[in-house]
Ligand binder design. Structure first.
Ligand code: E4P
Length: 217
């Protein structure tokens, strides 16, 4: 499973990219607003930090303007992926951009039927929001599971990009049910490495090593 980080905070992206474990970045209008920066400047900087796919979301809700905005965003860098909302206009834009060879990420997906439409429109990525489904007492993971079955039934190439991932358990569960990518907030991505027994075991090994008085170098 690929790891994307879900943020517009470039210092966090740099830190994670340095680990070599980062495969791409997703942003959304709320994350850009939180950064307090100009949208195109942030996307340009992110695209220099990572060679992976960087999702930049259109602000328009109507087809013609979506296409114009996509043309503008594509000029920023080759690894920009156009993020489109899961509406009929968004799907129509997805189809047109896909036909032109442009990568797309169809976002705000909350059902397997919506994901089926996005795959038929040729989306590179579909973003089901599992946390927001869990928030209203629906089963976000079940939607990912259903999409996996449908995409496998028909050999769709669209990649399942699990979004609205809120915890390390979400990440594990997405990997178990076969999501292709999980986009994860920086703090959650960093939390994946943590285990109290790792810390305890390392401390014990370091203490015993110190007793030997040896040095490897
Ligand atoms: C996905 O592309 C979205 O940016 C994101 O995962 C939404 O997460 P949230 O529901 O925690 O805001």
């Amino acid at each position: 499973m690929k790891f994307f980080v879900d943020t517009a905070d470039t210092s966090e992206i740099k830190e994670l990219a340095a680990t070599g474990l980062l495969d791409g970045v997703t942003t959304n209008p709320s994350l850009v607003a939180k950064s307090g920066r100009q949208f195109k400047d942030v996307i340009a900087e992110i695209c220099q930090i990572t060679e992976g796919d960087v999702s930049a979301e259109v602000a328009a809700t109507e087809f013609d303007t979506m296409i114009k905005e996509a043309d503008e965003l594509r000029k920023i860098a080759d690894n920009v992926v156009i993020k489109l909302p899961l509406t009929f206009d968004g799907l129509k834009a997805c189809k047109q951009l896909t036909d032109e060879g442009i990568k797309t990420n169809v976002t705000l997906c909350f059902s397997a039927n919506q994901a089926l439409l996005a795959a038929k429109a040729g989306a590179t990525y579909i973003s089901p929001f599992i946390g927001r489904l869990d928030d209203i007492h629906l089963d976000g993971l079940e939607v990912i599971r259903e999409i996996r079955v449908i995409y496998d039934n028909y050999d769709f190439d669209t990649q399942i990009l699990a979004a609205s991932v809120r915890s390390p358990n979400h990440v594990r569960d997405c990997a178990i049910v076969g999501a292709d990518v999980a986009t994860v907030p920086p703090a959650t991505l960093k939390a994946l490495v943590k285990h109290p027994l790792t810390d305890k075991g390392l401390n014990a090994f370091l203490a015993d090593w110190a007793k030997t008085g040896q040095s490897i170098l």
